[in-house]
Design a protein around this ligand. Structure first.
Ligand SMILES: COc1ccccc1CNc1ccc(C(N)=O)cn1
Length: 251
């Protein structure tokens, strides 16, 4: 399968080493599953100070990113991504559509991406109108720049690229993929400071272990994120396991 191309537009390209040099995404780059390149609007300026921002029309605090350097950077980034196929240009901002796992799945299936990471108070709106297809937010909070939001999005998407997770992990079994929170996890030793690993996990009975993990995921979701549960149509087995969990936790 051709590598997924993700182009980044940012005045802090060095930040993206966190994606390309570490972990699952770093491995995906190394294995040729993912290609990441960055374009810096500062390289598309003509003045001595390499100015990328200016004061907002209408007054007010802060600065706004200038359209022209962004336009040139975005156009180069987009043509690189489009060389490898259909491409969608995304702007990360608090005003965007909120990202969740279903949004990640949607974006992971939509070809190549150009991600625009804004700084200051944001970018000149004419750039969003002319060159951006979709605006996305990773949550209802304000960051100093879109770079961390872009990296969150790329990391989540990369985990869904076939082959990116080794054989020992699976995005499909990810509880979040089923719309549930995750179950508890344990590893050696069996007894840690007097606290033991649940016996079922030591039993080697894989069906019992599957049911226990599903029960824990359902119970945790009910207790911590009932809003997620409301979205789900539980199977008869899931309904029964959740009832058992709630009975056990009320005793
Ligand atoms: C004041 O900052 C901005 C204002 C407007 C646009 C971009 C920025 C850059 N900051 C961001 C970016 C994304 C998110 C998010 N929630 O996805 C949070 N902050």
């Amino acid at each position: 399968m051709a590598a997924k191309r993700i182009a980044l537009v940012s005045i802090f390209p060095e930040m993206f080493a966190a994606l390309t040099d570490y972990g699952i995404s770093g491995r995906a780059v190394k294995d040729g599953l993912l290609e990441v390149r960055c374009w810096n609007p500062r390289d598309f300026t003509c003045d001595r100070h390499r100015t990328v921002d200016d004061r907002p029309y209408g007054g007010g605090p802060g600065m706004v990113m200038l359209a022209e350097p962004l336009s040139q950077a975005l156009r180069e980034a987009r043509s690189w991504a489009e060389e490898a196929g259909a491409t969608r240009s995304i702007y990360l901002s608090p005003q965007g559509r909120q990202l969740d796992q279903s949004g990640v799945e949607h974006l992971s299936q939509s070809g190549n991406l150009v991600l625009l990471a804004g700084r200051y108070e944001g970018v000149d709106e004419r750039i969003v109108e002319s060159l951006i297809d979709e605006e996305w937010s990773i949550g209802d909070y304000v960051l100093s720049g879109g770079e961390l939001a872009a990296m969150v999005m790329v990391d989540a998407i990369t985990r869904l690229i076939p082959g990116a997770l080794g054989h020992d992990q699976s995005a499909v079994e990810d509880s979040f993929a089923q719309g549930l929170l995750d179950c508890p996890h344990y590893t050696r030793p069996e007894d840690y400071q007097g606290s033991r690993v649940p016996e079922v996990l030591l039993s080697g009975n894989h069906e019992k272990i599957r049911r226990w993990r599903l029960k824990q995921a359902l119970g945790r979701t009910q207790q911590r994120r009932p809003d997620l549960l409301e979205k789900l149509a539980l199977t008869p087995e899931q309904t029964q396991l959740l009832d058992e969990f709630l009975q056990e936790s009320s005793t």
